[in-house]
Design a protein around this ligand. Sequence first.
Ligand code: NAD
Length: 331
Amino acid sequence: SRPAQLVCVIRKQFSTSNKAYSQPKEARVALLGASGGIGQPLGLLLKQSPLISHLNLYDIAHTPGVAADLSHIETRAKVAGFLGEDQLKQCLKGANVVIIPAGVPRKPGMTRDDLFNTNAGIVRDLVDACAEVCPKAMIGVITNPVSVVTPSEVLKKRGVYDPKRVFGSDNTGRGSIKYIHCRGKGPGCLESERAGDWGHSGITIIPLISQCTPPVSFPQKIGLQIYLACARCFLFAFSVVQQSPSVFLNPKPEREKLTVRIQNAGHRGGRRQGWCKAKYFATPVLLGKEGIEKNLGMGKLIDFEVNLLKAAMPELLANIKKGEEFVDKTY
Ligand code: NAD
């Protein structure tokens, strides 16, 4: 009969034995700070990924509504909302990847130090819960001006620190966007690396224009604009987070070889070059299933860039010390 035929057709099309529909194994992502300006669009991007089986959204506000909205999108990830401290550990249970954009924006009258103390406290507590509930998870921190030092120091205190599994996120996007605007090119026309960004303190943010592919040269004025434009941007935060779970979750080896430009806690690319004394330093890395497979280093820098890095070093070291002391004093 027609209904029976119909059922048969539907079964065939949606058969789970059909290889085209086979899904990678369970893969859980927890997004902490999911209701914010970064968290909401990031949740939307993560919900698009067929590689994610569970997307847990945590915040101290609005997560039931945000989760309900995302759950209406017809994609694989099962979305759940978790609200308030009491539900944090439940949210983290079984997480393979944890992404943290939780924090407060700088308010009028708030100094950079105030902002650091508030946001570092938030990240400290969230990472502490990760250390307890999902110590093997990869942790990506977006919150400013915290980056990787505070989370790494917390994980060390807990005895579960693995430098291959903690990332800050940054973006190379803005420099590239500026170039696109200046030169009328299409997106993706320029790959650039940047190094040395810790704590969002201007001088430590250094775009490595010498590492661009294809090679580019700028009139000094445009070079300076690109340099300034790199100082703040969230686009790369998105692309990092988009790529991290895929890199981590995709079963095909070639897809695991994606290069992701993110900061990592334990990498000391410049040390070999003599002038870098920082314990924490941003370099491009290659991610695999177990976290960072390879530190790609910074490549050969031009003198101009080496001088910028040397000039940034005292501030970078001071920022790192501040992060370490914060955890020592408050943990
Ligand atoms: P936002 O204020 O819009 O959102 C922050 C969210 O964090 C809010 O939903 C808030 O409720 C939540 N939150 C606050 N305390 C929390 C806690 N204890 N636990 C869980 N959630 C908590 O801010 P935003 O625009 O989304 O930015 C978030 C952070 O990301 C900021 O620190 C910002 O500076 C940083 N940022 C980083 C980059 C980067 O490239 N690394 C780029 C852009 C923004």
